[in-house]
Design a binder for this molecule. Structure first.
Ligand SMILES: Cc1cc2nc3c(=O)[nH]c(=O)nc-3n(C[C@H](O)[C@H](O)[C@H](O)COP(=O)(O)OP(=O)(O)OC[C@H]3O[C@@H](n4cnc5c(N)ncnc54)[C@H](O)[C@@H]3O)c2cc1C
Length: 405
């Protein structure tokens, strides 16, 4: 926690959440991860019910909408704490992709859409997913996509093939990105966001994609989806026709702050485990692992990297709060690749210090190592963000570099 940024409300919620994590989640998380999601779903439902009583439910949303009423930078700091366990955000109903979808529905959902989809989502009665990426097209340049939504009277008929639709298994609806305006001159004005109930005829969950040997299920999964002649009313569209990418951009800015602060929580957990192990693992002759200079260097470097990452993310969040998302876009790209790199190194070093134990599923480290490799890919791969940052810097030196040049 950064003391200078801690408001009384944030402090109160942090204390309540910390106690909740310690008593309700940490003692159970390995068992939940090793069981099938369906097998522990009723326990998770009970956990979420208890979490509501702490006052930190929906911490990413304004108080008027059943949220805790935190600012983006405050929520980021709570997100760090929640991120120390894979079940933190889920317990408090601010897990991806629901958090971002909720924000979209709040801003762009009609009263009817809000009644049918937003309110049950806020209550934690249903889950949702977000389907943009497609196996046949490079997701890092998402303006190219094959999914279409063609007008048919009052309805759209949607056809397409998506994958890596996180948490689709068991979700009540998906926000689907589909081309509605193929002839628009600007490729960023060709697609729209449309709500598709997952029980609509033609919506098929083909499979939960195995990731590094582990096929997740339920909230904890990434699905391949096929849409065949799926009919939904045009009133299910969010925003105007062709505004899909504008809305996506709006969703991604705060979403990247959320992800980065969650990653810092993972870094802190891995760092704490690394230090505990280094301080207690004897390697012979009464010497502890932490007495080796190589390990000391890792500890010092990780501490510096994590602290730097936290300040960078809070700086980006505060800038976004004060000056808007556009003004903070370079900061957001910078933290997206930088913090993902800090995360990879913190987990890898903690795992290495644990030796063989580190790669077993007896600690949380192997889960973080496997699951968070994706951090350098989702929400834009490292390379796309680095290119974007460099383009903007070079522009200041008079060199114009076109996107994807
Ligand atoms: C864990 C996880 C969860 C996800 N969840 C969702 C979800 O819920 N919904 C959804 O729609 N999508 C989701 N995605 C998909 C994600 O958004 C895409 O994987 C991402 O945008 C990259 O697209 P791609 O996989 O098609 O890679 P490609 O676009 O094929 O790129 C492959 C590689 O090329 C390199 N590259 C790309 N651009 C550049 C560049 N400009 N310069 C240099 N090198 C470059 C990068 O190394 C990149 O990793 C998820 C992905 C992961 C891993």
């Amino acid at each position: 926690m950064v003391e200078a940024f801690a408001t009384p409300l944030l402090r109160k919620l942090q204390a309540a959440v910390k106690e909740f994590l310690e008593t309700e989640i940490y003692p159970n998380e390995l068992r939940w991860l090793q069981a099938s999601f369906r097998g522990v779903e009723s326990e998770i439902r009970a956990l979420r019910k208890k979490a509501r009583a702490t006052g930190a439910w929906n911490p990413h949303l304004p108080a008027g909408h059943g949220g805790a009423g935190l600012s983006l930078s405050e929520f980021g700091q709570l997100s760090e704490l929640l991120g120390t366990t894979p079940f933190g955000h889920l317990a408090f109903n601010c897990q991806a992709p629901d958090a971002g979808n909720t924000e979209l529905l709040l801003e762009y959902g009609s009263p009817d859409i809000q009644q049918r989809y937003l309110h049950p989502l806020l209550a934690g009665d249903i889950r949702s997913c977000f389907a943009m990426t497609e196996p046949a097209y490079a997701g890092s340049n998402p303006v190219r996509m094959g999914t279409t939504a063609v007008g048919d009277g009052e309805d759209y008929l949607i056809n397409g093939h998506k994958w890596f639709t996180s948490s689709a298994d068991g979700a009540a609806f998906s926000i689907v990105m589909a081309v509605t305006n193929p002839d628009a001159g600007n490729p960023y004005q060709r697609a729209s966001m449309i709500i598709v109930p997952t029980d609509a005829p033609g919506f098929e969950l083909v499979r939960n994609i195995p990731v590094m040997g582990h096929a997740g299920e339920g909230w904890h999964s990434h699905a391949e989806i096929r849409l065949t002649e799926v009919r939904v009313p045009k009133t299910n569209r969010l925003g105007a026709e062709g505004e899909g990418f504008r809305l996506a951009q709006q969703r991604l800015g705060p979403g990247r702050i959320h992800h980065c602060m969650r990653w810092i929580g993972i870094c802190e957990r891995a760092f704490d485990m690394m230090c505990r192990r280094a301080a207690t693992r004897e390697i012979g002759g009464g010497r502890m692992l932490g007495q080796q200079q190589m390990i000391q260097a890792w500890i010092a470097e990780c501490r510096a990297q994590i602290d730097a990452a936290r300040y960078m993310v809070l700086h980006a969040a505060l800038k976004m709060e004060k000056e808007g998302q556009r003004a903070a876009s370079t900061d957001i790209s910078t933290i997206k690749f930088f913090v993902a790199g800090v995360l990879q190194q913190a987990i890898d070093r903690a795992l290495q210090v644990h030796g063989a134990l580190g790669i077993t599923d007896d600690t949380i480290l192997s889960y973080f190592y496997r699951e968070e490799r994706g951090a350098r890919i989702y929400d834009g791969p490292d390379e796309a963000h680095k290119a974007s940052v460099a383009r903007k810097i070079l522009k200041g030196y008079g060199l114009k570099v076109r996107q994807n040049e």
